[in-house]
Design a protein around this ligand. Structure first.
Ligand SMILES: [Zn+2]
Length: 398
């Protein structure tokens, strides 16, 4: 039986290339050739941007949403599907879900950015300030994202999957009109009371019984936000699988499930039942802490979902490098990336996902990736090539 192992590369170099100008088929072919040369079998190709000042947010020629103007001249996403499939590599459309581009972005073909059309969708903080994150409670936005996914599947029917990122809240609660109303009606809490509860304000003055009641209030609010995200993933699952059960749904999530649910309202252990594979972004962890984390994640991921831990192949150190033993004390290099691939195998995960293509192939960061997400790692990509020498199909294939 042929080897099965997920070997994914997130790809964002095309955004840098498109923003620079003159992006064409040769550039896409180069990415496919490089990916093939090291034995990768999946490209997670960005089609909807994270929060950015490089809006518009879409990177294929959409008829529904706001795409970069150059995508109507040259469809790099259409080309990468053909070229990658010829090379035996899967292509998954990678969507940053709850982030929107710059609200002030100029119209493209008469269309305004979604948050300019629907300011009520934005996450709002205690002071009433709007963010460029959308609140997961808005069914209208959920349906907008669903319509983009349907468009991608209709336009590119041979696509292998949809990979979702930013499937969460920002690192704060939301007090949009929906959330204010829901939290008041369900839990009897005002905005200020909710913020104080979530911050644990005055908890040290409560007795044990009062503290228990307050923690139950906190739990109810946290669960409310988590349910909004959960419902969205279930909606995407139903929509994608109704289009074609062969199309895989996957997500990039925070690596620590215990804090992901509390800090960004992403209870991915709860919604991974809707995913074919999940990629916790175990970024910048020291090898020892990475091993411990991946062992735990492997134990809790449901049997029907493949665990492909995300590895940060990024040439910059974590802000806590040197201060906190859980993080690598320096910038990742190629030996670090190779060691993490080995550890994932030793733990028995069915694959891994590398962030990102450009930083392992020495592509200079551009306007989209920037220094933080685009600085190449030092070292020889042969270290990855050696580990992926034996051809493999992704573990989620039949
Ligand atoms: Zn909200």
């Amino acid at each position: 039986m042929a080897l099965k192992e997920g070997r994914a590369l997130w790809v964002e170099s095309q955004q840098d290339g498109i923003l620079k100008g003159g992006y064409g088929p040769k550039d896409v072919q180069q990415i496919v050739d490089n990916a093939k040369s090291i034995g990768a079998n999946m490209l997670l190709w960005l089609v909807k941007a994270r929060m950015t000042d490089t809006a518009p947010a879409l990177w294929y020629p959409s008829e529904i949403g706001l795409s970069h103007e150059a995508c109507y001249e040259y469809d790099s996403f259409g080309d990468v599907i053909k070229m990658a499939h010829d090379a035996g590599i899967e292509v998954h459309a990678y969507f940053s879900t709850f982030t929107e581009g710059d609200i002030g972005a100029k119209e493209v073909r008469g269309k305004k950015p979604p948050l300019a059309e629907h300011p009520e969708w934005a996450v709002v903080d205690r002071q009433g300030r709007r963010s460029e994150f959308v609140c997961a409670s808005h069914v209208g936005y959920r349906e907008y994202l669903g319509s983009l996914m349907e468009e991608v599947i209709d336009k590119y029917p041979s696509i292998d999957g949809i990979n979702i990122d930013f499937i969460r809240y920002p690192r704060s609660a939301c007090f949009c009109d929906n959330c204010k109303k829901n939290i008041k009606e369900r839990f009897g809490l005002t905005v200020d009371q909710t913020v104080d509860l979530l911050a644990g304000k005055d908890f040290d003055s409560l007795d044990a019984e009062e503290l228990g009641a307050s923690l139950d209030r906190v739990g109810a609010v946290i669960n409310y936000y988590n349910q909004n995200v959960h419902d969205t993933v279930e909606y995407f699952h139903n929509l994608v699988k109704a289009k074609s059960p062969k199309i895989k749904l996957s997500a990039a999530v925070f690596p620590n499930p215990r804090v992901a649910a509390n800090q960004v309202y992403c209870d991915w252990v709860g919604f991974s039942q809707f995913l074919d594979f999940v990629c916790p972004m175990v970024y910048w962890y020291s090898p020892a802490y990475y091993r411990q984390t991946v062992e735990r994640l492997q134990a809790i991921t449901p049997p029907g979902t493949k665990l492909y831990p995300g590895i940060s192949a990024l040439g910059v150190p974590h802000p806590l490098a040197g201060e906190n033993a859980n993080f690598l004390p320096k910038a990742p290099d190629m030996e670090y990336v190779a060691e993490l691939i080995d550890i994932a195998r030793e733990v028995g995960t069915p694959g891994i996902a590398v962030f990102q293509y450009g930083s392992i192939f020495n592509v200079e960061p551009g306007a989209y990736t920037g220094a933080k997400w685009g600085t190449p790692v030092v070292g020889d990509v042969d270290l990855i090539r050696q580990r992926w020498a034996e051809p493999a199909k992704p573990a989620h294939t039949d």
